[in-house]
Design a binder for this molecule. Structure first.
Ligand SMILES: [Zn+2]
Length: 143
């Protein structure tokens, strides 16, 4: 058997296993393309299919990952293994954090007096309850 035929056979085995596990239908005739279409909708590369099978990823995670990227087009594309290792959660936490404005940790009031900047955050005083506290600065970078 020629090398390219062996490769095609391997791709087909991976794709068949993927379809069976994920309950998806392969939409193409050619098994050796890098980008593959499933259910006439999901465009998934062969490396991702291979990762899914080799690591026995739970059924359905692939669709969650795909939808995550599809609805997250303004941010950085997250590849499948990073998604599984939880990078999407880190991104979400960072997003939540950056959207926060300082508020009193005691009474929740956002009407504050800025006092000073410290290494670990900003020092604020609440106009409502007069509590002084440090509000954690959002991180500029991650990873
Ligand atoms: Zn307060």
């Amino acid at each position: 058997m020629e090398l390219k035929d062996k490769y095609a056979q391997l791709c087909k085995e991976y794709i068949d296993a993927f379809c069976e596990k994920q309950d998806m239908v392969f939409s193409e005739e050619v098994y050796t393309d890098y980008y593959l279409v499933f259910n006439d909708f999901y465009i998934i590369d062969i490396e991702t299919v291979r990762y899914d099978i080799d690591n026995n990823i739970e059924k359905g995670v692939i669709k969650d990952w795909y939808n995550y990227n599809a609805s997250n087009f303004q941010n950085t594309y997250v590849n499948y293994n990073s998604y599984i290792m939880g990078v999407h959660k880190v991104n979400q936490e960072q997003k939540d954090e950056s959207e926060n404005t300082p508020y009193c940790t005691d009474c929740g009031n956002e009407d504050l007096i800025y006092i000073d900047q410290y290494a670990n955050g900003e020092y604020w005083k609440c106009k409502n309850c007069e509590k002084e506290f440090i509000y954690k600065i959002k991180k500029e970078e991650y990873l």
